[in-house]
Write a protein that binds this ligand. Structure first.
Ligand code: APR
Length: 341
């Protein structure tokens, strides 16, 4: 998954580079700056002294010393005043400059803290939004895996309104296991007799008598639907990419899926992805709820009202919001696994 939001101590991250939220002197401080210097040992401080400081919005790179990461990229975030002093533009610059340096040094994996959201008082949910927007934009054009490392729960808040909206939606939809199965059984039974009749129609000339309760779409639409009944997940995915006029890379990058996994799905017509992966593609293709359930069924899954992950996905699709990073923020806020590989 090219962009992941994880809860961890950034000094523990096993990545090529971690990013430090430093100050312009680059001579250490508290917060994540202090934690990184403490974990890296005196060698880091000695190298930082040779850099001659760093301007806000800029970034400089050093070795990682005793840290698990090979490099530390030091960037200086803006001190938040009122949002009217270019704070957002400067914070965006921190992420972009750090990513450019990471790319120049051949880093495949990079971990960011939430820059400026501590001592520099940048509102945490806005700081997270800036981080996600700049990083996801960069990842549309670059192959890298980037982690946003949330150190404590309070650092990670989706807007209260969105949180309560989703919580309400979950309450409405969330049913216990057996009710959902009976709903599922009713739906599948209603579907089966028609399908077996129509499949028979395909093999013999006898006209299919459908009662008015089984009002069906036109014959050729039915035939194309029947042709697609045996369509695999991979075939439906590739068909939908074509129908949407997308390229393969646009689709898997927007789904926050890495290239290797996509090529596996593309090359194996019977490949069965995980449910989060199947849903990530449904979001990337901006499928309707019905199309999403169809794509899921081809991977052997169904949207269920007996788990919050599915209900949150259903919430976003029903609102027509297909922003996978906003969906992952919400999934993270509800302690669910994230979308993508
Ligand atoms: N791992 C990951 N994130 C961390 C860690 C850690 N070990 N420690 C703190 N954080 C988080 C904080 O929870 C906050 O969300 O990093 C984010 C940034 O907070 P600060 O470290 O305070 O950085 P910032 O707000 O950018 O202020 C920079 O603080 O430490 C000084 O020298 C630094 O003067 C500079 C200023």
């Amino acid at each position: 998954m090219p962009l992941e939001i994880v809860r961890n101590d950034i000094t523990k991250m096993q990545v090529d580079a971690i990013v430090n939220a430093a100050n312009e002197s680059l001579l250490g401080g508290g917060g994540v700056d202090g934690a990184i210097h403490h974990a890296a040992g005196p060698g880091l401080f000695a190298e930082c002294r040779t850099l001659g400081g760093c301007k806000t919005g800029q970034a400089k790179i050093t070795g990682g010393y005793d840290l698990p990461s090979k490099y530390v990229i030091h960037t200086v975030g803006p001190i938040y005043k009122d949002g009217e002093h270019d704070e957002k533009a400067l914070l965006e610059l921190c992420y972009r400059e750090s990513l450019i340096i990471a790319r120049e040094y051949g880093c495949q994996t990079v971990a960011f803290p939430l820059i400026s959201s501590g001592v520099y008082r940048y509102p945490k949910d806005q700081a997270l939004r800036v981080a996600i927007d700049v990083i996801s934009q960069f990842l549309l054009e670059n192959d890298m895996t980037v982690y946003i490392v949330i150190f404590d729960r309070t650092a990670y808040q989706i807007s209260e309104k969105l949180f309560s909206d989703i919580a309400e939606y979950i309450d409405d939809k969330y049913v216990d296991e057996h009710t959902d199965h009976s709903r599922e059984r009713i739906r599948m039974n209603a579907f089966h007799p028609i399908v077996s009749e129509l499949k028979r129609k395909k093999t013999d000339s006898a006209p299919v008598e459908l009662c008015e309760c089984q009002a069906m779409p036109s014959a050729d639409d039915l035939n194309s639907r029947l042709d697609r009944l045996d369509e695999s997940f991979s075939q439906m995915l590739l068909r939908k990419i074509d129908e949407k006029g997308m390229t393969d890379s646009q689709c898997y990058k927007k789904a926050n899926i890495d290239r290797k996994l996509f090529s596996k799905i593309r090359s194996d017509v019977n490949y069965k992805p995980s449910k989060p992966t199947a849903l990530a593609f449904a979001i990337s293709l901006e499928l309707s709820l019905e199309e999403t359930e169809d794509l899921l069924r081809k991977a052997g899954f169904a949207l269920s009202h007996s788990n919050k992950f599915d209900i949150i996905i259903e919430y976003f699709i029903s609102k027509g919001n297909y922003n996978i990073f906003e969906i992952n923020e919400a999934l993270f806020a509800f302690d669910q696994s994230l979308l993508g590989a």
